[in-house]
Design a protein around this ligand. Structure first.
Ligand code: ATP
Ligand code: MG
Length: 342
């Protein structure tokens, strides 16, 4: 059972849109998916047409120990896609749990207990994928998400401030990995709200690729009005506009995610790889820029990247070696493993 946290402390960068639509794409491909709303804004729940009354079983109740994980799960209109919803009650959780012993581990323990019980009863994991939609902060809720996860996917908006704060995020993941969750890895950067007509958007992607080689999804999620409209109808993009470019983008990203199922031997056994799943995802709809991926110091995005990422020069040199030539890194610098196979 792969547990993937969608994170970025920046707001409005596509975490929730990705959780819903990647989750739905995986479910449509036959995977059993649970999405978890860890945000008091409850955007994920509303997007999946679930509006909770105060006191109903939710992620808040699970964190407070008032509900089991299984009891708070709900079906959605998409077969195979279930939701652990939240509501505004969750906004009190950080304060209420401030002095709780092991407060960072509560969600992990709840998911572990759910998994263990299901395995004992049915001899298999209760789901293939658990996607955790984290709020735009690095507080206790996001920390619970990152401790419960094995993988973190960072959604990145391809705009001027995209890389600002990335060092902080990377440091937090690194710290959590050392202290609380040694199995946590950043397995991907997903460019969202991408507009390839702008030079800046292309530059941001190029810079991400040069700093995090092999870690940036091949398929960026382009700006698509249908993706912005779907939440107000409480529908996934596949229900609302199955022919849209947004639906196509998320389907291809799901293929990239499934191409990594060798991370989990149970998944590999359950879904033997079809030839198509092993192929790299289809090429972006418009031709990728031909220019060199290395940051150019005369671009605004490059300047930002240099400023923001300078504290970790040893992790990946800007013009540095290809992934298979990366030097040995000190343990606390290594936060990435595996490859998305760009
Ligand atoms: P927050 O940090 O507040 O939780 P978020 O990172 O979860 O935000 P989303 O809620 O997914 O971001 O997206 C922010 C807004 O942008 C939403 O209104 C969403 O509908 C819209 N949006 C997301 N992705 C796209 C896209 N590819 N094209 C057009 N609109 C999009
Ligand atoms: Mg969100």
């Amino acid at each position: 059972m792969r547990r993937i946290a969608l994170i970025n402390q920046k707001g409005g960068v596509g975490k929730t849109t990705t959780t819903v639509n990647l989750g739905a794409a995986l479910a449509r491909a036959g995977r059993r998916v649970v999405v978890i709303d860890l945000d008091p804004q409850a955007n994920l729940s509303l997007h999946l047409d679930v509006q909770l009354a105060s006191g109903e079983p939710s992620s808040y109740a699970v964190l407070l120990g008032n509900s089991s994980f299984a009891a708070a799960l709900r079906d959605t209109a998409t077969p195979g896609l279930r939701l652990l919803p939240s509501n505004i009650d969750l906004s009190g959780a950080e304060l209420e749990l401030a002095n709780a012993f092991g407060r960072e581990l509560i969600l992990r323990d709840a998911i572990d207990a759910w998994e263990k019980e299901h395995r004992e009863k049915h001899g298999e994991a209760p789901a293939d994928y658990v996607l955790l939609d984290c709020p735009p902060s690095l507080g206790l809720l996001s920390v619970n998400g990152l401790v419960a996860a094995q993988e973190a996917v960072i959604s990145v908006q391809t705009e001027f401030f995209a890389l600002q704060g990335m060092t902080k995020l990377v440091d937090v993941v690194s710290l959590l990995r050392r202290r609380l969750n040694p199995r946590l890895e950043v397995t991907g950067f997903l460019p969202c709200l991408y507009d390839n007509r702008t030079k800046l958007a292309r530059e941001v992607i190029a810079e991400l690729r040069s700093y995090f080689p092999g870690k940036v999804f091949t398929r960026p999620i382009a700006k698509n009005i249908k993706l912005a409209e779907a939440p107000s109808y409480g529908k996934t993009i596949f229900e609302y506009a199955p022919e849209s470019s947004g639906a196509q983008d998320y389907e291809l990203v799901a293929q990239e995610v499934m191409a990594q199922e060798s991370r989990d031997s149970e998944l590999t056994a359950r879904y033997p790889a079809k030839p198509t799943e092993q192929q790299p995802a289809a090429k972006p709809s418009k031709p990728a820029p031909k220019k060199k991926a290395a940051p150019r110091e005369d671009t605004p995005a490059a300047k930002l990247a240099v400023v923001e990422l300078e504290p970790k020069p040893s992790a990946v040199a800007p013009n540095g070696p290809k992934e298979d030539e990366l030097p040995e890194l000190p343990p606390d610098a290594v936060i990435f493993e595996g490859s998305l196979g760009e």
